[in-house]
Design a protein around this ligand. Structure first.
Ligand code: PLP
Length: 426
């Protein structure tokens, strides 16, 4: 499609957008009486208006029923998490029994490593990406130390080639082959948080299995953003937070995927608690642990239902729209944003370098832009003028136009504000 960098054209794209109305189902922060241009759905998604209703329902049930709410609430609390499995499984390409919601992301990755990081003999290494999200780095280092190894001996980092912004699949596969029998686990972010690069999860998972390692994915930037086929790709385990593209609210619960082949594996270690116990027998308070079927056996504690309610509200919207429609709009709006950036680049002295892959298959909603010749002042200008984005050292802004609520008009307006921000300073 031939794009134009005009308000009229952007409005035409909005008029053709099947998802345009969903924008009105979210609460936007206001700037001078107008919705902000929100690019940080990759950090904290906007609040679905329906979230309040889901929370209020629990508040009302708690007020009226107190402890009886566990069984007699509108959505009983004792198995509240079961309401996620079917819908969430569709979002991540899994079977419902392979998916559960509990705890938070880093906590879940730790818990999943209890099952899937089992170093023994010469097989003790973990392959992860260089400059992984800091929490993943801390988690992996603390896990290897917990098992008595030195991080410098046990952690193998995948590297980008000098001067390149993104990982090459061939290099990842070669490194996996090289570490071979010494590798216990491959654990990588499916979508890189800094560049927005989507890794070839199927090929990497296969390569990890070929050397006899477990393969897990941190899907913080992938869930609700890109197409996932976790079951078909035979991924062993994965976890994601829900507060980014899945719009569940700050610090909210994490989703987990555990491949069905491990569900009845008694020899696979796991940290257990009463919420993973067979639910019909949970309140019999028997001493022997009898696992729930599927990924739910990894549950530990009482579900924090008040926190989970907005996640359920948001998931309902994903269920209505479906990932294919979101991805279709995502591709269009990201392509339009890319076009707008290229057009503005021609009009100003500074140069923007989009470090996210140009190929649609290798990116999701995020474009990371290196602002050559620009500094934090430009970011401050954007924020002051109602563009919510984020800044990553040394001079990268990350722009993630979430397809649920961003409009093409937003992209056009952003381009104009960006241009003014650059010209004002020069
Ligand atoms: C890639 C990645 N991994 C892990 C985390 C940590 O998530 P949490 O604080 O929910 O454990 C984040 C948070 O932004 C993230 O982006």
């Amino acid at each position: 499609m031939n794009f134009k960098n005009t308000l009229e054209f952007a409005r035409q794209l909005d008029a053709q957008d099947q998802l345009a109305n969903y924008r009105h189902q979210f609460n936007f922060p206001q700037h001078n009486g107008e919705n902000v241009i929100y690019f940080t759905g990759n950090s904290l998604g906007l609040q679905p208006k329906s979230a309040k209703k889901y929370v209020d329902e629990i508040m009302t049930d708690w007020a009226n029923l107190a402890v009886e709410g566990h069984f007699y609430a509108e959505k009983p609390w004792w198995d509240y998490h079961d309401r996620f499995s079917e819908k969430l499984a569709k979002v991540v390409g899994a079977k419902p029994a392979e998916v559960t919601v509990m705890n938070t992301l880093t906590v879940n990755l730790h818990l999943l490593m209890v099952s899937f990081y089992r170093p023994a003999g010469k097989r003790f290494k973990i392959i992860c990406e260089e400059k992984a999200f800091p929490s993943d780095q801390y988690m992996i280092s603390s896990q290897v130390r917990f098992h008595g190894y030195e991080p410098k001996n046990a952690i193998v980092e995948l590297k980008k080639r000098k001067g390149e912004n993104n990982f090459r699949t061939e290099d990842i596969l070669a490194k996996i082959g090289e570490v071979g029998e010494e590798c216990a686990l491959v654990l990588i972010g499916g979508v890189n948080y800094y560049t927005g690069q989507v890794l070839e999860m199927e090929k990497i998972t296969k390569a990890g299995h070929e050397i006899g390692a477990f393969v897990g994915w941190d899907l913080a930037h992938a869930a609700g953003n890109i197409e996932l086929k976790l079951h078909e790709w035979q991924v062993d385990f994965a976890a994601w937070c829900s507060y980014k593209y899945m719009n569940s609210g700050p610090g909210n619960a994490s989703g987990c995927y555990i491949n069905e082949k491990y569900h009845n594996k008694k020899e696979l270690p796991r940290f257990e608690g009463w919420w993973g116990h067979k639910k019909e027998k949970r309140f019999l308070m028997e001493p022997e642990f009898e696992p729930e079927a599927g990924a739910n056996a990894w549950q530990i504690s009482n579900a924090p239902v008040l926190a989970m309610a907005p996640y359920l509200a948001s998931l309902q919207m994903f269920h209505e729209v479906g990932m294919p429609a979101l991805i279709e709009k995502r591709n269009r709006i990201v392509a339009y944003l890319e076009f707008v950036l290229q057009e503005i680049d021609k009009e100003v002295d500074s140069t923007f370098e989009i470090i996210t892959p140009a190929n649609q298959e290798e990116r999701g909603t995020q474009l990371s832009v290196l602002l050559h010749g620009e500094g934090k002042l430009l970011f401050d200008y954007l924020m002051k003028h109602g563009v919510i984005t984020d800044w990553r050292e040394p001079n990268v802004i990350r722009l993630a136009p979430a397809p649920f609520y961003c409009s093409f008009e937003d992209m056009y307006k952003f381009g104009q504000i960006l241009k003014q921000g650059i010209q004002k300073k020069s």
